[in-house]
Design a protein around this ligand. Sequence first.
Ligand code: NOJ
Length: 528
Amino acid sequence: MPAWLDDAVFYEIYPQSFYDTNGDGIGDIPGIIQKLDYIQGLGCNALWINPCFDSPFKDAGYDVRDYKLTAPRYGTNEDLAELFSKAHAKGIRVLLDLVPGHTSEEHPWFRKSREPRPNEYWNRYIWTDRWGTWASGLKTILGEADRNASYIVNFFKSQPALNYGFFKPDQVWQLPMDHPDCIATREALKDVMRFWLDQGCDGFRVDMASSLVKFDDPENSGTAAVWRNIRAMLDAEYPEAAIIAEWSHPRRAIGAGFHADFMLAFTDNSGYQSLFRDYVMDPENRIAGGDTSFFKKDGKGDIRRFLDEYLPHYEAVKDTGYISLVTGNHDLPRMSLNFSPRELAIAYAFIFTMPGIPFLYYGDEIGMRYLNLLSKEGGYHRTGSRTPMQWKNGGNKGFSSAPEEKLYLPVDPSPEAPTVEDQEKDPASLLNTVKELLALRRSEKDLGSKPNLEILYAEPGKLPLIYRRGSLAIGVNPGEKPAEAAVKSAAGELIYALTGGQTEPCTLERGVCRMAGQSFVIWRLFQN
Ligand code: NOJ
């Protein structure tokens, strides 16, 4: 495990929308370089940049046309190498986004693979052996190539699936995992990883990490074997490099050799969703129906929905890898859609004081709004979480000097739209709260990634939530009413409180924890 992960706090950057330095209306790599001081000032010491490689952008760059070329709209490979070295000089690590499961249909490998006659790349993707589609559970595309076959896609039609083989092949066209052409795909992926690691990147966030070896592989053991082989290469050649999975099954992902895995909302009733986004969205991207998220102030949520999912994973991986909780990402509606700034502050305080590696999505630190927009570059409902960063008041909120109509996506037009400039001046702003919390995470060694979590009080449908991290006890009461709980014989001195002007005291005395409405508190436990 690279030691730097033990106190890593990530900032996710959607490069399109972060900072535009050349006035073409779209963010760029030099823009990220210019904002490194800002990122450091937040208290983040690592970056994840969404795919910034050459692409036709039918899925915002998750359709890679050339894995080794920076998309010209973001800059050059030299710019990216400069970002790595300038970030390192400030103690900031940089993860690129690796898309191992599929490429763009415009990738040269696919152009060769679709040719009617066999060639070196014929098996680089998964093709059936005739025009019919005998591939249950797989999305097949017919009518797009001269080859007498249909091909499998991983996500959109523009994303043909790379061929890592089948776990249990039962058709002649389904190659076994150890077929030389499937091994060649894996080796080609390693070649891409080495290329960027040699330029100075610190590792990868790995897209759809569980998708490599095709079905029937219910436990993903075939895919896990591929990753363990890749991890062995990293351990031998790049021991400081990290790989963080988008798998959302930490036990499997970390068993497969990942250093960390995100806990996300891939199912409607996931534990992660129950914390922050427990609502249904209508086709107009509005919240339809009740919101029972745990961090809503009306207190209708149930923390056990999260913990009963999280804790078994935590126990299973605590000695071998980390779980990552995110404030949001480029696929999720921003938390501000249903949360007030106060609710956001308490939710973030929880994320930043849990074990594992937290991720802050750009703009979440100021509570940027989710906008209801038409789909852009395959964004669909996700587009509204991808709008330009709001740096300051005035034209394009400081994102770009381009005319408004040339912007990649519109800037939040509301006069109320939060900006970094305004929030920097207000000591009680969300931005300053985020900075305080991250500074605390850095200064209290018990608040790092390491596994020292003990749940002190978490009852179904009740408040507050109280947990322990080493010498600290942490109380979370998202509900607007005061709450109290018995906590063994614990007592402690208050070292941090987010009480938002509530006047009731928050105390931990003689085994009773009392919390004001909508409060978050940290106590240093008395030794006894
Ligand atoms: C997950 C990524 O986060 C998402 O944005 C993308 O559309 C799919 N994977 C397909 O690569």
